[in-house]
Design a protein around this ligand. Structure first.
Ligand SMILES: Cc1cc2nc3c(=O)[nH]c(=O)nc-3n(C[C@H](O)[C@H](O)[C@H](O)COP(=O)(O)OP(=O)(O)OC[C@H]3O[C@@H](n4cnc5c(N)ncnc54)[C@H](O)[C@@H]3O)c2cc1C
Length: 372
């Protein structure tokens, strides 16, 4: 029986553990806290799932496969882990990201529509789109109930026979040391999110940043779609599960330590979110904050992930760059095929020097919200 040790029980590690255990591997999952703990990036209440990725075709295909797998997983546990709210992209330029995305969606046969901005006003109770060229509607995009999905995936993995070791792992050649114990397997996968740079210094070029999310109280009727304003680096969704209107800035925050970092949002983040609401959804400008969450991005220079062999039998899986959750079950399928020897990872995911690029996520280094 083939064996694997996976370090990290975020959504990437747990999805891979589940996938491999159900394909006949003996799987050990090592986690320093509990699956779903609040320091991990996967513990956000919600994460958006979208196919649009500008000019890229690889991620849209991956997102579509993931959509199928989230729905299957939800059916399997009798719970809607993925809610298909649809998503509106607010396009400020006639020929920007949204137009490129629409061309790719068209080519791949993924449902979408181009709307006049006024039509978006029929979807949101209160909406100002007079600065927009058009709105791109992705009806099959939506929201994954992320923290819940991480816990469910972990539970299924354990039920499938995955052995969970609680402790902080460190690399030990091609093995894993946890406390005084050395664990060995045919393959080791380090799926450690924001902890990866400190485990493999010099090998990975990753920047960890603090990202603040706010949820604002809304009246009944705000069960609206997800939305993304690329040029403003802001995204969110309507009232899923009573969580209120989510507003997150996708602009990269300050450098952040996932262990020691304070998990309170800054006053500046609230100001930025309110400024955005005031312009786009004016009636929410003074809405009370329901709750807020701090999370970290783990960014590669070009926002492409890392799926790479560090040495024989040792793999690094990380650098999700703030756009990894949605893909997790499909990524697990892909990495499973890599570990089984059926494919090599795409060169883009390697440990080579990356040329800075911002085409995959919606944000930029500069917070453009206040300029908008
Ligand atoms: C504000 C915000 C919004 C986002 N929005 C979206 C979105 O809308 N759509 C989307 O697709 N993605 C989104 N993302 C990104 C998504 O959350 C991540 O891509 C995903 O959660 C990464 O999962 P992971 O398993 O790689 O990392 P994590 O969830 O961080 O898990 C890593 C795990 O490894 C464990 N670990 C680390 N080191 C060790 C060690 N030495 N020993 C044992 N255990 C260890 C940690 O404790 C942790 O549990 C967002 C992220 C943020 C911060």
């Amino acid at each position: 029986m083939r064996s694997v040790i996976i370090v990290g029980a975020g959504i990437w590690g747990t999805s891979l553990a589940l996938r491999l255990a159900e394909s006949g591997w003996r799987v050990t999952l090592v986690e320093q806290y509990q699956p779903g703990h609040l320091r991990q990036a996967s513990a956000g209440e919600t994460r958006l799932l979208r196919a649009s990725h500008g000019t890229d075709e690889w991620y849209p295909r991956m997102a579509r496969r993931a959509r199928e797998l989230w729905r299957e997983l939800g059916d399997r546990v009798g719970e809607e882990l993925y809610t298909e709210t649809g998503m509106l992209w607010f396009a400020r330029r006639a020929q920007g990201w949204e137009r490129s995305s629409a061309s790719v969606l068209e080519r791949l046969g993924i449902p979408h529509e181009i709307w006049d901005p006024a039509r978006a006003g029929t979807v949101f109770p209160d909406f100002r789109g007079d600065d927009l060229e058009f709105v791109l509607w992705e009806p099959e995009a939506g929201v994954v109930r992320a923290r819940r999905a991480t816990q469910v995936t972990a539970r299924l993995a354990l039920a499938a026979g995955v052995g969970l070791v609680r402790g902080r792992a460190e690399p030990y050649g091609d093995a894993v040391r946890v406390g005084g114990e050395v664990l060995r397997a045919d393959q080791v996968v380090w799926a450690c999110g924001a902890w990866l740079p400190r485990l493999f210094p010099g090998l990975v070029d990753l920047q960890v940043t603090k990202q603040d999310t706010l949820h604002f109280a809304v009246a009944n009727g705000w069960d609206t779609p997800a939305w993304i304003d690329d040029e403003a680096s802001v995204y969110g969704h309507g009232d899923v599960d009573g969580l209120g209107m989510k507003v997150t800035s996708d602009a990269e925050g300050e450098p952040y330590d996932p262990e020691a970092g304070d998990r309170r949002i800054s006053a500046a983040s609230e100001t930025v979110s309110r400024d955005y609401l005031r312009r786009r959804f004016p009636s929410l400008a003074k809405a009370p904050v329901l709750f807020s969450q701090v999370c970290q991005y783990t960014l590669t220079p070009d926002n492409e992930w890392i799926i790479a062999r560090a040495e024989d039998g040792v793999w690094l899986l990380g650098g999700d760059s703030g756009h990894g959750f949605k893909h997790a079950p499909a990524l697990a399928e892909y990495v499973g095929e890599v570990l089984e020897g059926g494919r090599e990872p795409e060169p883009r995911f390697g440990l080579h020097e990356r040329i800075p690029a911002r085409g995959l996520r919606t944000g930029s280094r500069i917070n453009k919200v206040n300029e908008a």
